[in-house]
Design a binder for this molecule. Structure first.
Ligand SMILES: Cc1cc2nc3c(=O)[nH]c(=O)nc-3n(C[C@H](O)[C@H](O)[C@H](O)COP(=O)(O)OP(=O)(O)OC[C@H]3O[C@@H](n4cnc5c(N)ncnc54)[C@H](O)[C@@H]3O)c2cc1C
Length: 292
């Protein structure tokens, strides 16, 4: 680990942006540090300046409004899971956050860090995409918004330019009879990286048919992917076997997984379909108000 990294803990977004802009590519944001510190210890990065953002109130909010859930980018997953009103509307999102690491990791880890780290296997990203979440980004040129589905551009790569900071994730408040679910597969029972993950958010009509759907998958391509063809297969259907099989075929068709020691590519492609089918079932039962 670099012994010469300077540390700053600004108390507002403007000060953080100014510090990051001044440091350029050698400046790094520290949220929970559960990815960053590990990477520094492994020698994978040696920033000149570390900007701790946990003292910035705007990055620690958790506000459920009439239009959106606003999640500060540095809010810990431990704090998120203590909000029953959030869990009631976004059970899949909270469950995905709860999959990240251990109790100790969750006391620090943030959804902003999970996204900005750029891992294709990050557990919260598919479910954020399925929920149609947007990133609020601040930088030297002002603020901009980017949908989560377009935030990551490759493994470890994002749309953030030097000097830019993810401030908040904005998740639209779902309509009635809408629910989400996320499932992942890991080779161990816990504390492992997903070899495949699938998320769905479904809205049901009064007749029980699917009125709206968003589907996203993780760990099977260089970034998490929204799969519109899978959603189209579900919308208007009774979520019966034919619609589920069409959605599964659609996600398998867009997979571009790596083949590695943790899982062969063909296995990842198969498993993501199985997970999606199950996640759709869970989201549908939740949307219908039934036990999931
Ligand atoms: C033991 C262990 C188990 C883990 N298990 C899982 C798991 O099951 N699933 C999973 O998905 N992940 C897992 N992780 C990875 C990690 O915990 C998560 O990715 C976590 O959400 C990262 O959040 P953080 O706040 O700690 O990010 P940090 O480490 O602080 O930051 C991660 C990266 O994002 C950048 N960054 C952070 N916040 C911002 C911001 N607001 N604006 C711009 N850039 C920013 C940092 O500069 C850094 O490059 C695990 C890690 C450990 C150590």
């Amino acid at each position: 680990m670099s012994a010469s990294a300077a540390y700053a803990a600004p108390e507002n977004v403007e000060a953080a942006v100014a510090l990051l802009a001044d440091a350029g590519p050698e400046g790094r944001v520290l949220a929970g540090g559960t990815d960053l510190i590990v990477q520094m210890r492994m020698g994978r990065c040696s920033p000149r300046l570390i900007v701790d953002v946990k003292r910035i109130p705007a990055l620690m909010i958790c506000e459920l409004g009439t239009e959106h859930l606003r999640l500060g980018a540095a809010l810990s997953t431990a704090e998120l899971r203590e909000r029953p009103e959030v869990r009631a509307l976004f059970p899949g999102l909270v469950e995905a956050a709860e999959l990240i690491g251990s109790e100790q990791v969750q006391g620090r880890a943030s959804l902003g860090g999970n996204l900005c780290n750029g891992s294709p296997a990050a557990d919260s990203v598919p479910v954020l995409i399925a929920a149609d979440a947007t990133c609020l980004i601040a930088g030297p040129a002002g603020t901009r918004e980017v949908p989560v589905e377009r935030f990551c551009t490759g493994p470890g790569e994002t749309v953030l330019a030097p000097g830019e900071l993810l401030v908040e994730l904005r998740v639209p408040r779902p309509p009635a009879r809408t629910a989400d679910a996320y499932l992942r597969f890991i080779p161990r029972t816990e504390m492992d990286i997903a070899v495949a993950g699938a998320a769905a958010q479904l809205e049901l009509g009064e007749d029980g048919r699917c009125r709206n759907a968003r589907v996203a998958i993780g760990a099977v391509a260089p970034t998490a992917l929204r799969v519109e063809e899978a959603a189209e297969a579900l919308v208007g259907s009774d979520l019966g076997e034919a619609a589920l099989e069409a959605a599964v075929a659609a996600v398998r068709a867009v997979c571009r997984p790596i083949d590695d020691v943790r899982a062969p590519a063909a296995y990842r492609t198969h498993v993501v379909g199985v997970l999606l089918k199950r996640a759709i079932g869970i989201a549908a039962r939740r949307a219908a108000g039934e036990p999931s």
